[in-house]
Unconditional design. Structure first.
Length: 255
């Protein structure tokens, strides 16, 4: 029987299946889950044998040690990938919340599954419907919001503009480098300027990030719902009040 043979197990159909753990673990969470499930099932066979007081060979003992070590590696990889996914999700959620608060129209926000990145190394994206010239004047805050939100997710209340600046990459960093060259000398750092707004709206960022981690897309209606704003003609007025600190988002406090 399979349970007598180290390195194999019986699946639900009675087919012998060997568990192999690659030297480089996959980044895809589904693949990691599958490996973890296989290791757990085979360990379950060994636990059943122990409960039945069956004897173990030296090969059996080596196999158990291998499975325990393998599952430890898999669990650590899953935790790391889950943490990276949450970081990307908070980055994109921060972009979306600030876009809406500045009067923009969020088209779609997504996080790429399985740790995938695009040609620019991004793990997700947030796109807007083409904005008016007035909204484009605040584009530096939209571009800074991703890194600022990411820093707040990683460092909590201790997050600073310096933390956020260190996380700027790709298009965000390129845009802000150009913005600095044309901005007033007295202008505040964009990451620092947008952080108070994100702090007031943090519950909304968390709601949207959770949606993205779950593999669901985010659209403008979802952003407004997270901010506690109805999707109607009064939305701009409500968003302006949130921006001014006169209205709290669900789970948050007004300024």
């Amino acid at each position: 029987m399979c349970r007598r043979r180290p390195g194999c197990r019986m699946d639900g159909k009675g087919v012998v299946v060997a568990l192999t753990v690659p030297d480089v673990l996959p980044e895809d969470l589904a693949a990691l889950d599958d490996l973890g499930r296989q290791a757990g099932l085979e360990l379950g066979v060994f636990r059943a044998r122990m409960a039945a007081r069956e004897s173990f060979t030296a090969a059996d003992v080596d196999r158990v040690k291998f499975l325990v070590a393998a599952r430890g590696r898999i669990d650590a990889a899953r935790a790391a990938e889950g943490s990276r996914l949450a970081q990307v999700a908070h980055h994109e959620a921060g972009h979306a919340v600030v876009a809406a608060l500045l009067g923009g129209q969020v088209a779609v926000v997504e996080v790429y599954p399985g740790g995938q990145v695009d040609g620019e190394g991004r793990g997700g994206f947030c796109t807007q419907v083409p904005a008016s010239p007035m909204i484009q004047q605040s584009q530096h805050l939209f571009m800074a919001a991703g890194a600022a939100s990411e820093a707040m997710h990683l460092y909590g209340r201790r997050a600073t503009a310096a933390h956020a600046d260190a996380l700027l990459t790709g298009q965000d960093a390129e845009f802000l480098r150009g913005w600095v060259l044309t901005a007033s000398v007295s202008a505040a750092r964009p990451t620092g300027a947008v952080m108070p707004l994100l702090r007031r709206c943090w519950p909304a960022v968390e709601v949207l990030a959770a949606r993205l981690v779950a593999g669901e897309e985010v659209r403008h209606k979802h952003v407004l719902a997270a901010l506690g704003v109805r999707y109607d003609d009064a939305a701009p007025f409500a968003l302006a009040n949130i921006r001014a600190g006169l209205r709290a988002v669900p789970g948050g406090k007004a300024a």
